[in-house]
Design a protein around this ligand. Structure first.
Ligand code: SAH
Length: 226
């Protein structure tokens, strides 16, 4: 998989991809993440990417021309499955959408700033809009990092134990069961006996019961879905 992230603030988004699982995924050649500096696609002396809003009002608007130049350049090198604008009013990110995106080959994530992008970008240049939640961030970079992380960890081989992603919360519409590690007792707080029993069938049953109970109390709407 290849992901291009278009931004005016490359530094804001570099660090999530420079450590741990996301770094290893790139080192293993399972994904390449390319941060694209939108300012390189401006034709004006000051490399500005935004301008005042027609009709007035507070807040700058990102201009269509640099974005068009940038996307056109990227498209001349690759065929993209989706060109995604990060937007608070977009389709809400959930596990099922992350699963869908993890099957794609080439993606562009476009990060907005200020008041957002000129509406004509949304009408003509992109194929999809994704929101990471009903709240407003100051820029699309953190949202793009969230989407990329949720997607990349699903690519086979990225997590060392491949079954691990499958047993995470929201796969199968269930919340993950509680987990424990050593010591078996800390300040008198004990790990449930069954996990120390060595009896795998009982452990599996306990985990399933915990998953169902947690889903019932924390996300009952997931159980109603099926
Ligand atoms: N004026 C816009 C908000 C712009 S916020 C509105 O009211 O809808 C600036 C940029 O941050 C957006 O262009 C978008 O790229 C990003 N952004 C903000 N909140 C986001 C969210 N919840 N999910 C995804 N991107 C978001």
């Amino acid at each position: 998989m290849h992901i291009d992230i278009i931004t005016t603030l490359p530094r804001l988004i570099e660090s999530p991809f420079s450590d741990s699982i996301l770094k290893r995924a790139q080192a293993k050649g399972l994904v390449s993440v390319n941060i694209v500096d939108l300012r390189q696609y401006t034709n004006n002396k000051y490399h500005s990417t935004d301008d005042y809003a027609f009709g007035g009002g507070a807040g700058m608007v990102m201009m269509i021309e640099p974005i068009d130049n940038c996307i056109t350049d990227l498209k001349s090198k690759r065929q993209y499955d989706d060109i995604i604008y990060m937007s608070p009013d977009g389709e809400l990110l959930n596990q099922s959408l992350a699963n869908t995106l993890s099957l794609k080959q080439n993606l562009i994530l476009l990060c907005g700033h200020y008041k957002g992008v000129d509406e004509r970008v949304r009408e003509h240049l992109i194929t999809r809009e994704i929101s990471i939640g009903n709240y407003v961030l100051s820029g699309g970079e953190l949202a793009a990092a969230v989407v990329a992380d949720a997607v990349i960890r699903l690519i086979p081989g990225v997590l060392s134990d491949e079954t691990s992603a499958l047993s995470d919360s929201f796969q199968d519409d269930l919340i993950a069961p509680p987990v424990y590690t050593r010591p078996a007792e800390y300040k008198g707080w004990k790990v449930p006996d069954v996990l120390l029993s060595g009896h795998q069938a009982k452990i599996d049953q306990w985990r399933m019961d915990q998953s169902l109970a947690r889903t019932q109390t924390r996300r009952p709407e997931l159980l109603k879905k099926g």
